[in-house]
Design a protein around this ligand. Structure first.
Ligand code: HEM
Length: 177
């Protein structure tokens, strides 16, 4: 039996306890087959890692430009045309695979502080993206070639850098808590 990440010592012989919907998710056929298959869990986790590597890699590169790195050598809007689709492809991989990983140990993960912190940071990071696209991002053509992006863009870039690095750190800490 291929257990999820080592170190958590989950004894899957014991029936999971907790809120009904979490127990139902964990004992579902999907949760069971992900736990029982030797290669399915690693395959999903590898895809999760590919997803967040694309997502966070592209976002961090754009954030560096937003805080002024390599400005005005790299037009911000040209960079966005490359990095935004890459980050969206990463997001489209990271979310469903994360949910699949979650089904294997839903009751335990729902009480895992690193997992809960990670979800909270993802929520804040997505709010930051929304605010950027509604405000400074909407006028990107005006400052795309300027050597000092406006304060709103620099703030969004710095906040995003901190939030997504926090998500990565919490993601890794899940296995240790
Ligand atoms: C979209 C942004 C996300 C990022 C950047 C991200 C990042 C990470 C990272 C860095 C790890 C550690 C990988 C490792 O060291 O092996 C991880 C593991 C994990 N993630 Fe995510 N994740 C994201 C979304 C999600 C979502 C939405 C869920 C579930 C609702 C989720 C559930 C998990 C679980 C359960 C693990 C633990 C896997 C294990 O330890 O075996 N992730 N994630």
């Amino acid at each position: 039996m291929a257990a999820p990440a080592p170190g958590r010592g989950m004894d899957h012989d014991l029936a999971p306890t907790g809120p009904g919907w979490l127990v139902a998710l964990e004992t579902s056929g999907l949760g069971e087959s992900l736990r029982q298959s030797v290669w399915l869990y690693p395959l999903v986790e590898i895809t999760h890692i590919l997803g967040f590597a694309l997502l966070v890699g592209a976002i961090l590169a754009f954030d560096l430009r937003l805080i002024g790195v390599r400005a005005p050598l790299l037009p911000a809007d040209a960079l966005a045309r490359l990095l935004l689709p890459v980050s969206m492809a990463g997001f489209a991989l990271a979310i469903p695979t994360g949910l699949l990983l979650f089904t294997t140990e839903a009751t335990a993960l729902a009480g895992n502080p690193a997992f809960l912190a990670k979800l909270a940071l993802i929520g804040l990071a997505l709010l930051n993206i929304l605010a950027f696209h509604r405000l400074a991002g909407r006028r990107m053509a005006d400052w795309s070639l300027s050597d000092r992006p406006p304060p709103g863009a620099r703030f969004a870039g710095a906040a995003s850098l901190a939030l997504w690095v926090g998500v990565l750190a919490c993601g890794r800490l899940i296995a240790y808590l």
